[in-house]
Design a protein around this ligand. Structure first.
Ligand code: TXA
Ligand code: MG
Length: 328
């Protein structure tokens, strides 16, 4: 692997942590050390920053991201605390544990970060630089491992090989002490506690009975096994090149004429903008379809027609999610 070119690599002193928090606030990305691996962080509340994370990593699908927060209280403001979640948090946070919780409706987190799921993964890291950055930033930081999708997760700054433009800084600190990604455990209401990814906390240390839902890792199957993918109530018709009667339109680029209602993923046909808008626009059209059906006193919801999205870059991930949503 080659050393990262073109991204300022900064020691994690107070001034640089402040600079990094500023960059996050302005929607840019920051690479920072955690006790597990280096993370590629962005403002979890920003659709655009989260879309940039997926673009930079080249993730083939919108595999949901772990939201890093300062403490358990902040974590449980994003996802509902079950009794087991509280016990695990008290024992292992801060540290290499991520909890998948039921997402709270008021969580200020991009729908793209949780891939439209009803759940959310949260983690309180223990690395002093990660903690200082979270404190300075004040909100949730969405952060996957700072590797290109499919490559090794970096534990040294010289192993980071990400494309430069969206990344403001690489903060350098003491190397990760764990060196392995966090253990991911789902604690959802009325569901057995289950281990979704083995990781930095040995299973033997977890004194709660666990079911094992799946093995590792960057496959979207773990969330898939656990809970529903986002699926609108309204039927979806993909690759629409003309409108049929009564349909709503999810447009990309110049919208097709004659839709009852239109949301445009990106008027300029920009895939990153489209990714940032995907789940919010689908949810909006779904609500609109429900409203129209209710007004017409029918249980048949109008179809949402979706214009073709090119199958490259983030378009592949968008099409992956749309195909799943259409199946649901
Ligand atoms: O140690 C770590 O967890 C590192 C550092 C940077 O914190 N982060 C990390 O993130 O490994 P990432 O994106 O490489 O892996 C996140 C894992 C994926 O396997 C993903 O499917 C799972 O967490 N995950 C995230 N949200 C989920 C959800 N709502 N339901 C189920 N699985 C989820
Ligand atoms: Mg990873």
């Amino acid at each position: 692997m080659r050393e990262q070119e073109g991204i300022p690599t900064l020691p994690s002193d107070a001034g640089n942590i402040r600079r990094a928090a500023e960059a996050l606030r302005s929607g840019r990305l920051v690479v920072f050390p955690t006790e597990t691996v280096y993370g590629l962080g962005g403002d979890a509340a920003s659709d655009a920053a989260v879309a940039a994370i997926f673009a930079v990593k080249g993730r083939p699908a919108f595999n949901p991201l772990i939201i890093h927060v300062e403490n358990a209280e902040a974590a449980f403001a994003l996802g509902d605390a079950t009794p087991e979640a509280r016990r695990l948090a008290a024992r292992f946070w801060p540290g290499p544990l991520s909890l998948v919780l039921r997402r709270r409706p008021d969580a200020p987190v991009s729908l793209l970060a949780t891939a439209g799921l009803e759940t959310i993964a949260v983690r309180v890291p223990s690395h002093p630089v990660a903690r200082a950055l979270l404190r300075e930033f004040g909100g949730g930081i969405a952060a996957p491992s700072a590797n290109i999708s499919g490559r090794l997760s970096p534990t040294r700054p010289q192993h980071i090989t990400l494309p430069a433009p969206d990344i403001a800084h690489i903060l350098v600190g003491d190397p990760p002490t764990v060196g392995l990604e966090s253990t991911v455990i789902a604690c959802l209401p009325d569901t057995p506690v289950s281990m979704l990814r083995p990781g930095g906390i040995p299973l033997e240390n977890i004194e709660i009975p666990l079911t094992t839902a799946t093995s590792e890792s960057e496959t979207p199957s773990s969330p898939g096994m656990l809970t529903h993918h986002y699926a609108p109530r309204a039927p979806l018709r993909l690759n629409a090149t003309s409108m049929r009667n009564d349909e709503l339109l999810l447009a990309f680029g110049t919208p097709l004429p004659n839709a009852r209602s239109t949301c445009n993923l990106s008027p300029s046909a920009d895939l990153r903008e489209a990714a940032a808008n995907l789940f919010a626009h689908l949810a909006h059209l779904d609500a609109e379809a429900t409203r129209l059906a209710e007004a017409a006193h029918t249980s048949d919801l109008p179809t949402i027609a979706v214009m073709p999205i090119p199958n490259r870059d983030l378009g592949r991930a968008i099409n992956d999610r749309l195909t799943r949503a259409a199946r649901g």
